[in-house]
Design a protein around this ligand. Structure first.
Ligand code: FO1
Length: 319
């Protein structure tokens, strides 16, 4: 079965890793959010792309989920001593990625080409694409009327401001990175990883052409909410701020079914009492333990997602 996965940061990377363990490398393509990308010290930082690639390569920092394992922090310590901003933690080894990416882009390479080159060096055999080669920046409007850049909100202000709107600057004139539309055309199913729907998946859908090419596919999503809480990040608070309702595990199913025909949905076992509400929407819904700290957990969740995808295909054939 050929799968295209849409992923943001740590949660998306973990499921992408699980899928990479379950599928032949040529059967998995990962499309990654780049709305979080920004420049720091003149360097091009692509946090979600790096998180996905490092995780697939087995190089990710197991404590944070982002950055590299066995990291050291001498450059950051020295920068701090010079009074430079140190709120975004760039490790010594991770800096090599940003330095080389910046050099290659300045030489005229596209972000997707740089990503492919890095994947070859890191031994990642799956196709990993940035959602676009154009610059798209996620910006958040706070309740006091200020627009914040993504990392300013997420890291510098620790997701504290109340958010009233989200905008993807540059998205309307961007194109999907070369190769994405072919991968989508060949896909038997699209998996939406348990990433933040507002901050990680919407920017991908905002790229013209992406959405239209997703619509005909069997789409299966995994809930980023377990027992009313986001596994990681500000999603539960954002749901409260933007919808006025408390987060629950049906949220992402409702969010996506407003936008396309969601075929399958996986929630955590802790939310099994909500399965009937999702099934009432005509969505094939199942549960399992969706926490993915280790390889075996990631493979378990990926296999459950692939079973759901099979069930969704079988349902269509029986219609
Ligand atoms: N997240 C943090 O919460 N604090 C950091 O200092 C930080 C540094 C960082 C460096 C490189 C990288 O690739 C990711 C990094 N992240 C950090 C993660 C990142 O900000 C977010 O997880 C994503 O952008 C959201 O998916």
């Amino acid at each position: 079965m050929k799968i295209v996965a849409l992923a943001g940061g740590v949660g998306g990377a973990k499921l992408a890793h699980g899928l990479s363990l379950a599928l032949a490398p040529e059967d998995l393509t990962v499309i990654v959010n780049t709305g979080d990308d920004f420049e720091q010290f003149g360097l091009r930082i692509s946090p979600d792309l790096d998180t996905v690639c490092y995780t697939l390569a087995g190089l990710a920092n197991p404590r944070t989920g982002w950055g590299l394992k066995d990291e050291t922090w001498q450059v950051l310590t020295q920068l701090k001593q010079l009074g430079a901003p140190d709120w975004f933690k760039l490790g010594d080894r991770d800096l090599a990625t940003h330095l080389e990416r910046t050099r290659l882009i300045r030489e005229g390479m596209r972000l997707s080409q740089v990503t492919q080159r890095f994947c070859e060096h890191w031994g990642v055999k799956q196709q990993v694409f940035p959602m676009t080669d154009s610059e798209v920046s996620t910006e958040l409007l706070t309740s006091d009327g200020t627009w914040l850049d993504f990392q300013e909100y997420f890291v510098k202000q620790a997701c504290e401001p109340q958010i009233v709107d989200v905008h993807f600057k540059g998205a309307s004139s961007a194109l999907p990175a070369h190769g994405i539309l072919d991968a989508l055309e060949q896909a038997d199913a699209v998996v939406i990883c348990p990433s933040n729907p507002y901050l990680s998946i919407l920017p991908i859908l905002a790229i013209p052409g992406m959405y239209a090419n997703l619509i005909p596919k069997k789409i299966i999503a995994v809930s980023p909410i377990i027992n009313g809480q986001a596994v990681k990040g500000p999603l539960a608070k954002m749901i409260q701020d933007l919808t006025g309702s408390a987060a629950d595990a049906t949220f992402a199913a409702g969010f996506y079914r407003e936008r396309f025909d969601l075929a399958g949905y996986l929630m955590d076992d802790q939310d099994s009492s909500l399965v009937s509400s999702v099934r009432a929407w005509g969505i094939i819904c199942d549960t399992c333990d969706t926490m993915m700290p280790g390889e075996a957990d990631r493979l378990r969740v990926a296999n459950k997602v692939l079973s759901l995808a099979e069930a969704c295909s079988a349902r269509t054939e029986n219609l």
